[in-house]
Each structure stands twice: as C-alpha cells, then as structure tokens.
Design a protein around this ligand. Structure first.
Ligand code: SUG
Length: 433
C-alpha cells in the first residue's frame, strides 16, 4: 500500500478576512492584501516537490466561491450578482464568510481510515462538518460531492457525509495513524479538544469534540484495540494550536510531536509504544522549543512522508528555516538515530498567513494498488497536469485581493470564471462538481 497526499488547490478568492477565532495567523493578517495567484502557484510548487520525491500526489479542487447557494439558504434571492449585492449591503460579514477559500486546507476535509483498519476492509472517509467556524461549516456539501466523485468505487471506498453540526468535527487535522508500515492494521489516534482549565479561562474554542471522534471511529468500523481517543492539552489550545496537526504529526511508526501537545503525554506515549511495534517518538522539549515558537513556525505542521527508498522526509514550511533555534533542533533530529533523513523546505507563505502550513493543505489516504487504480484519475497529478493547472492559474487567478475588493462585482464574476476554467481544463463537465 502507498500513501497519496491530496492537496487542496488554493482557490481564486483567497483573502485575509480574519475569520478564524483562535487561529493567530488569521487574526494577525486580517485586512491584509492577499495574492491568490501566488498562493495557488506556491501550492502547486509543493505538489511538484512531492512528485519529484517519487511520491503519489492527488488534488482536491477549490469550491465555488463566493457561494451564492449558501447565501440563498440565508434568504438572499435573485441571480448570483443580486445575491452578492444584497449580502454585501445588508450583511457584509456573511459575504466574507461566503468568500473564504478555506477548502484549500484539505486536512480538514475528512477523516480517512485506510482499508486494513476497518471492519469491511474498505477505505472509509467521513466528511468533516467543520461546524465551529461559520465560514468552514459551508464546506462539507461540496467536499462530499468531490469525495464521492473521486472515490466512487464502492468495492474499495465508503464516503460518509458530515456528522450533525452539534458535534464539532475537524477531520484528519485531529487524527493520526501509527503503524509499522502503511499496509498493516494501524492504531488510529483521534485527538479532541476540551478545555479543562479554570472555568471561564478558555481563550479560544476547542473545535474537535470527543463524541464526534468516537462517532467517526464507529462509522469506520474500527476495533477498540486499534483506537485511542486522547485529549489535546489546554496549553496547546491556549497557545493557538486550534488543530492537533499544529503540534504533532505521525507517519507509519514515527510520531513527531511537541512535548506539550497532549493533556496526558505519558498515556499517549504508552498506548503508542504498546500497540505499535518499533514505535519511535521524536519530541521537541518545551525547554528547547516553546509552544509559541512551534506554532509561529508551524514546525509540526510539516508533512512526514516515507520516500521510495524507505527513509523519511519532513516537508517543512520556510518559516522553520528562518528560526535558528528550530532549524538547529531539526538538524539534530536529522542526524540522530531515527528514520528522518531529509528536510525539505517549501514556500506556502500565503496559506501560512491564514494559519495553514504544508500539512493543513493535504489529505492523506493510504491505498492498495487496485484501489488506487479505481480513483477518478482527474484527481491525480503528474507533471503535465501541474503544467496545465499552472497555465490556468497564471491566466485566471486574481493577482491580489484587498478587503474592499470583496464588494466588487468584477471579482465575484472573476472567481467563478477562474474556477470554471480550471474544472474544464481538468476534464470536469459543467455542474459535475
Ligand atoms: O480553519 N484558516 C484555517 C486554517 C486551517 C488549518 N488547517 C489545519 N491545521 N489542518 C482555519 O482556521 C482562515 C480564514 C480567514 O481568516 O479568512 C482559516 O480559515
């Protein structure tokens, strides 16, 4: 079995509206001018790097934004332009939510349990409801449509719709799978947030609910022995780790994590060591790298991947290279006795400014050769497809978006034309997605 990373392509409406409470980067950059074209090219650059490393790379598509259908549900009517115009006049905050390109962070699209872990031997996807943040709660309908198209073959895949909104579910960003190698039955670790500190002292919302994690695990048919549901530490949430993947990442038998990621660190380590033979835990001591620095640089939001020769590589955001303390620790990790042999730095700065690092931008699925052949090929990437996508981005994606532009009919139109051009270049029929 091999793992495929499905990256979300940054959509043409990418902008900085500061919509995510608890996401420090999003709040800090609220009101800044964004660069959608550059952002999307940075994303493609990362995908190309993965292909160059000999890895399998897939793609998920930007959602239709600004989302007229969602605004219609809120009572706006008429053609798309009339809907946007009325929303802009009456409820500009709703228009900003409808504009978000947040579907790019596909780690939040769904939780994925590969076939060896599930009761029916199929790979299960549960689309995340993302219900804690209004702008993200819009995503699940279009995500479901895409995943049902990409993974339509029911011999290999089961795609479940989002859970009810009362159970906050943030998908694979709060999920880790530890396993000797991809094809074996793994330990699936679900990480939920539930602030247990002083009453009233919770600074930010914890987005993943324990009961949501448990529901996903049940739907996927995981056995008790292969499942751990653990709590994120209060300190991590308070420092701005609004998802677990900001403070920990796992790949096969390696957990790469910050010392303060989990509420009960010892228990998490014990479960992993007991259940996963040869488990290796690489931990940044808080005394060496503070949570704040880990979150500022997104050190743990790197992708940890197994290369074709069996070594592992960390795909890191450029911000880690610029922080001497972080980089020197990474060099030590690379030279120490563990599978991480390569440090690959990518530039995803535009996404980072909204709190999305390399790992946020991808959804992983480990699949067999047969299952891979059953995936709709329009969602798989090679160099030629990257060239085609890049040409569309260069031609169609806006160069910049400032907050005032969100009220401009030209921009509404342009965003939809740009997405349409991309879908058609990739072979999707109008209305198929
Ligand atoms: O949900 N940012 C996203 C970032 C998601 C990162 N994903 C993972 N950690 N897996 C979020 O907070 C910012 C949008 C804005 O402010 O306009 C935003 O939604």
């Amino acid at each position: 079995m091999r793992e495929i990373n499905f990256d979300g392509l940054v959509g043409p409406s990418h902008n900085y509206s500061g919509l995510s409470l608890g996401n420090i980067a999003s709040a800090t950059n609220a009101g800044a001018v964004s660069a959608p074209r550059k952002a999307a090219l940075q994303g493609i650059g990362k995908m190309r790097r993965m292909l160059d490393l000999g890895l399998l790379q897939g793609l998920l598509l930007p959602h239709a934004r600004p989302d007229a259908d969602w605004l219609r549900k809120l009572g706006f009517s008429g053609d798309d332009a009339a809907v946007f115009r009325a929303a802009c006049r009456q409820e500009p905050a709703l228009l900003r939510n409808a504009f978000s390109a947040s579907a790019m962070w596909t780690a939040n699209a769904a939780t994925v349990s590969p076939a060896p872990d599930t009761a029916d031997g199929r790979c299960h996807f549960s689309v995340a409801n993302l219900s804690t943040m209004l702008h993200r709660s819009i995503e699940h309908e279009q995500t479901l449509r895409q995943l049902r198209l990409a993974f339509a073959d029911e011999r290999f895949f089961a795609v479940h719709p989002a859970l009810p909104a009362g159970l906050g579910d943030e998908g694979a960003a709060n999920f880790m799978r530890l396993v000797g190698s991809h094809g074996e039955r793994g330990l699936e670790v679900f990480v939920y947030g539930e602030f247990q500190g002083e009453k009233g002292a919770q600074p930010f919302p914890a987005r993943q609910h324990r009961a949501a994690s448990a529901a996903v695990a049940r739907r996927h048919g995981l056995t008790e022995a292969d499942l751990a549901i653990v709590r994120q530490s209060d300190a991590a949430i308070a420092s701005g780790a609004f998802h677990n993947d900001v403070v920990a990442v796992a790949n096969e038998n390696v957990l790469f994590t910050h010392e303060q990621a989990f509420a009960d660190r010892e228990a998490v380590h014990r479960i992993i060591r007991e259940r996963v033979p040869g488990a290796i835990i690489i931990e940044a001591p808080a005394a060496r790298i503070g949570l704040d620095q880990a979150i500022r640089t997104y050190l743990f939001n790197s992708q940890l991947v197994t290369l074709p020769d069996g070594d592992m590589a960390l795909i890191l955001p450029g911000e880690t290279r610029e922080a001497p303390d972080v980089w020197s620790w990474l060099e030590e990790v690379r030279q120490a006795d563990n599978p991480i042999r390569r440090l690959e730095v990518v530039d995803v700065r535009e996404s980072m400014r909204n709190g999305g690092g390399p790992a946020c931008l991808r959804l992983r699925a480990a699949v067999s050769e047969e299952a891979r052949a059953a995936i709709d090929p329009r969602f798989m990437l090679d160099e030629q497809t990257c060239d085609r996508i890049e040409a569309v981005i260069e031609r169609e994606w806006p160069e910049r978006i400032s907050p005032a532009d969100l009220g401009e009919p030209d921009l509404w139109h342009r965003c939809h034309v740009a997405r349409g051009a991309l879908l058609s270049a990739l072979g999707f029929a109008p209305g198929e997605l």
